[in-house]
Each structure stands twice: as structure tokens, then as C-alpha cells.
Design a protein around this ligand. Structure first.
Ligand code: SF4
Length: 332
């Protein structure tokens, strides 16, 4: 019988988002502002530490591991880590989130690793707008990787194209982006803008999940909702005639906290029991203090016995005026 990790509110924790770096070769303005602070390389968890923590958490009940960043391919040794985790007993799903600009040369290795899920960021279908949003001219590489993706992951495993909805930036091409799901076996997901760009004064846009769903229901009338497993973050819709699906993620509305099944480890080794908290346990410090795995496990359990009910409460506990982190330093 697999061990189960249950928090103080009875939610089963089975999903670890493991960020391997806070560095990225792109500079998306909703993720990293000019003032975003990035820690010196030496402050990142080593691969040995990443592996030790994953082993401990899998033994506690984690069954899905997603590798995130920054951009994971920026860090040397990523493929070795993926190979190691692929072989680690207890990981039922191994997934990766990438911006798709650096993955192209590694298709053969990725095919052998056979991921259970792949998320690729894409906010626009215009090369010029891509340059404006990300600061880099890598649109063609991302599109090439999106089209190669079905051939490199486990058959039938989900490919998800993540689009951050930015009012007045890409809101004039949402239907075109959705159209990618017509011919691709992918889920095109529209994500609410979230307050993680490392700067003060975040303003929520009015392109929230309700408006997004309404907009598509009006413009894509053949859309029907798909019943998804309980802890699924996205609201998913099938469109008649489309190979793929559409998804809507209320990252700012925080409409799915009651079933939240995930924890995060930041590149610097902070345990986050909610995206909106500021880290509840410095795992790197703990590991480097020389304690054994039992102590690490009991400290993590301690944190999960005091988890906040939702992202609003977690955010409200942040110190007033504290500079929010950039998404790159959290791992999404
Ligand atoms: S906001 Fe926090 S509690 Fe809610 S789903 Fe996200 S991580 Fe979980």
C-alpha cells in the first residue's frame, strides 16, 4: 500500500514541483521584472540534494514530480537528473515544464526518458510579439519544439501549452492560440496573470477565469466541459473537431485550493506548501546541517500539519511591503 501524505485539512499531497534553477534564458516581463533578484549560483540546491529530497518525499507519498525552473535546460546536468528520476521507484509521473527554446538538441534523450507530461510556455503566435514579451527572438525554436513534442513523450501523455493572458498584450489572439489544439494533441491552457514578477504594485487584470470561459463559450460554441480528476488545476473543455482541449487556470482567483495536492521546492531549497507563501522550511539549511532523513521527513510533516487553507490566507500572511518573488525563483 503506497504511503499517503495528508495535510492538516485532509488534502492528500501527491505532487512535487521541483525547481532546479531560477535562471532563464528568456526574460518574460510578467515573470521577471528589472528588479527581480536572483541568488548566486552557489545558493542553489545541488543535484545530490535535489535527489535526496525527492527520494525522501516519494517515500512519504509523493507520486508525481514536475521539474521546473527558471528554465530547466539552462542548468547543466538536467538530463542526468531526469534519467535518475525516471528510474526512481515510486515516481508514477515524471513531468517537465520548459520554455522550449533549448530542448530541441535533446529530443533523442528526451524520447528515451519518455516523460509522462510536458508543459511548454507560449504566449503569442507572433514572432515580433514573442520578442517583445520575452526579450529574445526564439519564437521559431519554441514552435519547432511544440511540433516535435508529441513524438518525444510517452504515448498519450499530456502536452500542455501554457499561455499567460496579458490584457492588451495577447488578448487579441486568444482564439488563434486556442486553434493550436485543433491539429495538435495538446491542451492549450489560458492562465490568469499572477503577482509573481518580482516587483511591487501588481494589478490583477480583468481577464479572470470567468471572463476567459465566457469569451471562449461565445466564440467557440462547440465547447463542452470535461470532468477531470479532483485535484486538477485547470478547468478543461473539449471543442468539437479539435484533437486537443482547452484549459483555464485561475492561478490568481485560486479557485482550486480545496483540492490542492501540491508542494514546491524552490531552487534555493525552500519548501513552499502554497504558491503564495514565502517558504515554510529551509530544506537546504536542514540538509547541510547534517541531519538524517528521518529528521528531514519529520520537519516536512510538521509543516504539512500547519498548511494554509488557500492562497489568499497564505498571501495575507506575507510581511506587509515584502517584495514578491519572481515566478522564476519559485518554479511556477
Ligand atoms: S494557491 Fe496555494 S493552496 Fe491554492 S492551489 Fe495554489 S498552492 Fe494550493
Amino acid at each position: 500500500m503506497r504511503p499517503q501524505l495528508i495535510d492538516n485539512l485532509g488534502r492528500r499531497i501527491s505532487y512535487l514541483r521541483l525547481a532546479v534553477t531560477d535562471r532563464c534564458n528568456l526574460h518574460c516581463r510578467y515573470c521577471q521584472s528589472a528588479t527581480s533578484r536572483l541568488d548566486a549560483r552557489r545558493k542553489l540546491l545541488s543535484y545530490e540534494e535535489l535527489i535526496r529530497l525527492t527520494r525522501i518525499l516519494v517515500a512519504m507519498g509523493i507520486s508525481k514530480v514536475r521539474i521546473t525552473g527558471g528554465e530547466p535546460f539552462v542548468r547543466n546536468g538536467l538530463l542526468d537528473l531526469l534519467r535518475y528520476l525516471r528510474a526512481l521507484p515510486g515516481i508514477q509521473q515524471l513531468a517537465l515544464t520548459t520554455n522550449g527554446t533549448l530542448a530541441g538538441p535533446h529530443l533523442d534523450v528526451l524520447r528515451k526518458i519518455s516523460l509522462d507530461g510536458l508543459n511548454i510556455s507560449l504566449d503569442t503566435l507572433s514572432p515580433q510579439r514573442f520578442l517583445e514579451i520575452t526579450g529574445k527572438d526564439h519564437f521559431a525554436k519554441v514552435m519547432a519544439f511544440i511540433h516535435d513534442a508529441p513524438g518525444i513523450i510517452k504515448a498519450g501523455a499530456p502536452i500542455k501549452i501554457n499561455t499567460v493572458v496579458q490584457d492588451g498584450v495577447n488578448t487579441d489572439e486568444l482564439l488563434e492560440l486556442a486553434q493550436l489544439a485543433e491539429n495538435l494533441p495538446a491542451q492549450v491552457r489560458f492562465i490568469e496573470l499572477m503577482p509573481f514578477n518580482g516587483a511591487q504594485g501588481f494589478e490583477a487584470t480583468d481577464w479572470g477565469i470567468d471572463r476567459l470561459r465566457g469569451y471562449f463559450a461565445k466564440n467557440l460554441p462547440r465547447m463542452t466541459e470535461v470532468v477531470m480528476p479532483e485535484a486538477t488545476t485547470a478547468q478543461v473543455f473539449r471543442v468539437r473537431g479539435f484533437r486537443g482541449t482547452l484549459g483555464f487556470i485561475g492561478g490568481y482567483s485560486r479557485s482550486f485550493c480545496r483540492q490542492c495536492n501540491k508542494i514546491r521546492i524552490t531552487p534555493q531549497g525552500m519548501l513552499k506548501t502554497c504558491l503564495y507563501d514565502d517558504g515554510v522550511l529551509d530544506l537546504k539549511e536542514l540538509l547541510r546541517s547534517g541531519v538524517n532523513d528521518e529528521v528531514v521527513e519529520s520537519q516536512i510533516r510538521q509543516c504539512l500539519s500547519h498548511r494554509q487553507p488557500n492562497g489568499f490566507v497564505a498571501a495575507a500572511l506575507l510581511h506587509r511591503g515584502q517584495q514578491p518573488c519572481s515566478m522564476a525563483s519559485i518554479g511556477g
